[in-house]
Design a protein around this ligand. Structure first.
Ligand code: URP
Ligand code: ZN
Ligand code: ZN
Ligand code: ZN
Length: 539
């Protein structure tokens, strides 16, 4: 039953296991006016009247998910993504996500501040949960630099996305990347990149079309893994040259993930964001005989046809080689996708994920349920005893779950995002003083993902038929129960825009330290006093 308006101000969540990224404890959580007031055993807040009590016995009580990457109602490739800020945030809530970070994207030559204001005007009246905005830098000039400063100082923006792909639309070149990264560093912002080599994609697409490959498989074939890996390496190199922290959005391939992992091992300040799609499904769908099915998976960078990719990315996410998860939720229905029925380059890029991210990651990454471990173990034993080839096949093992514990799950679905984008500990943690964005998570319940039952606006779901163990039974946004047992209690516009201050300590303390310690210094030597021949070149 949805809770009544008056009762929303005070909330007690009883008897659950409170899970943060570093610790799990059985405790009650008491919330007043949207903020956590107490976490402890056997809380009995007074007076008892007007108090909403939720029983979380045998359930986990986790910080609401933060989806670091969505595109609600994005005008893109001749269409507009189907989920708007209302349906998109409603779907998020039903999946246990209580905050999204979307992108304001100006056209080349246009004002970043105007784009930001436009996105705010779209989102503010519609959002059902909290949100923030990254802003894209799609061109470069002094005006862009000034506007970035103003966005950071006056509008609560602390992250900017640069596209290395979408030639002639959003793509910036290396010189522009250098300038934008330098500016981010100066302002205390996090630079983000869509890492794909846009020139190679343009050439590859021409080649595929000339070969008569017009279907969705052409989308992957014209931009193989190395196109993503090369751009990832280049972005890391440029960012490192200016000591700017870098966040690589939508990591889709093993090769790109390896590049990020290596850079982290070299001590570079870089974070990788795999998404629900890259962790939960793969690019074999592009070869499906049904055009509409294949087209539904088209996104950039593409999903990879190597079916061991999701398991590999999940391993890296578990090991902290990759840091955060988003979705790149940018939904187009089949009719919109059909804009590219004769030419894959015209298929609007984007897939769903905002509703299913938490469950997909739990299913593929955690899956604690004892019984399921027995099932896994039995399947492995059958593999081994029957000496089936798969038993020694890496895929057989790498695609099994059990890679993360509940704490790492919280880290990669909310806490790390809150730390990187300077929302922590208001978001991403259940502690006294934190916003009461809380999910009661039932690790034993199951649900089957389907477009027939999801809350998203499009008519296709890339995870169709996936049975997920791990279900959000209650979602609380700023202390209000907004979703409970399948029923919503939301009003469009009640989510809030969340300002993010610059210089997130989690990121910038390291940057500052290397600024102080790692500066090159000139070698002290006596001046050269010998003969000089030739004509000095003018500077
Ligand atoms: O396919 C995608 N990713 N669509 C949204 C735009 C972007 O590149 O993030
Ligand atoms: Zn992108
Ligand atoms: Zn995106
Ligand atoms: Zn298992």
């Amino acid at each position: 039953m949805p809770h009544q308006a008056l009762a929303r101000q005070r909330l007690l969540i009883k008897g659950g296991k409170v899970v943060n990224d570093d610790l799990s404890v059985v405790a009650d959580v008491y919330v007043e006016d949207g903020v956590v007031q107490q976490v402890g055993l056997n809380l009995n807040p007074e007076p008892p009247t007007g108090l909403t009590v939720l029983d979380a016995t045998n359930k986990l009580v986790i910080p609401g998910g933060i989806d670091t990457h969505t595109h609600m109602q994005l005008p893109f490739m001749g269409s507009r993504s189907k989920d708007d800020f209302y349906t998109g945030t409603k779907a998020a809530i039903s999946g246990g996500t209580t905050m999204i970070i979307d992108f304001a994207i100006p056209q080349k030559g246009c004002s970043l501040i105007d784009a930001f204001d436009t996105w705010r005007s779209w989102a503010d009246p519609k959002v059902c949960c909290d949100y923030a905005l990254h802003v894209a830098v799609t061109w470069w000039s002094n005006k862009v630099k000034e506007e970035m400063k103003s966005l950071v100082q006056n509008k609560g923006v602390n992250s900017f996305k640069m596209f290395m792909a979408y030639k002639d639309l959003y793509m910036v070149n290396d010189e522009e990347l250098f300038a934008a990264f330098s500016c981010c560093k100066e302002l205390g912002a996090v630079a983000q990149v869509h890492a794909e080599n846009g020139e190679l994609i343009a050439q590859g697409a021409k080649k595929m079309l000339a070969m008569g490959i017009t279907g969705p498989e052409g989308h992957e074939l014209c931009r193989p893994e190395e196109v993503e890996a090369e751009a990832t390496q280049r972005a890391i190199t440029i960012a490192n040259a200016v000591n700017c922290p870098l966040f690589v959005v939508h990591v889709m391939s093993k090769s790109a993930a390896r590049v990020i992992s290596n850079a982290r091992r070299e001590g570079k300040v870089v974070y990788g964001e795999p998404i629900a799609a890259s962790l939960g499904t793969d690019g074999t769908h592009y070869w499906n005989k049904d055009w509409a099915h294949a087209a539904a998976y088209v996104m950039g960078p593409p999903l990879r046809p190597d079916p061991s990719t999701p398991g590999f990315l999940m391993n890296l996410l578990a090991n902290d080689d990759l840091s955060v998860t988003g979705t790149d939720n940018c939904t187009f229905d089949i009719c919109q996708k059909a804009l590219g029925k004769d030419d894959f380059t015209k298929i609007p890029n984007g897939v769903n994920g905002v509703e299913d991210r938490m469950s997909v990651i739990w299913e593929k990454g955690v899956l604690l349920e004892e019984l399921l471990h027995w099932v896994c173990a039995c399947q492995l034993l059958i593999c081994v005893f029957s000496q089936r080839k798969q038993a020694t096949d890496k895929k057989c093992f790498s695609n099994y779950s059990g890679k993360m514990d509940e704490n790492r799950f919280v880290a990669v679905t909310s806490t790390n995002a809150a730390k990187i984008f300077n929302l922590y500990p208001k978001k991403g943690r259940i502690a006294v003083g934190s916003d009461a964005d809380i999910v009661i998570w039932d690790p034993k319940a199951t649900r089957t993902i389907s477009a027939k039952t999801h809350h998203q606006a499009n008519n296709f779901n890339i995870f169709e038929g996936m049975v997920c163990h791990g279900v959000p039974v209650v979602t609380v946004s700023r202390g209000k129960v907004v979703y409970e047992g399948g029923a919503f209690n939301v009003t469009a516009g009640e989510g809030k825009y969340v300002s993010r201050p610059p210089f997130p300590p989690y990121v910038y303390k390291r940057v500052r330290q290397r600024e102080q310690v790692c500066q090159p210094i000139p070698v002290k030597r006596a001046p050269y006093t010998g003969a000089v021949s030739g004509t000095p070149v003018a500077p």
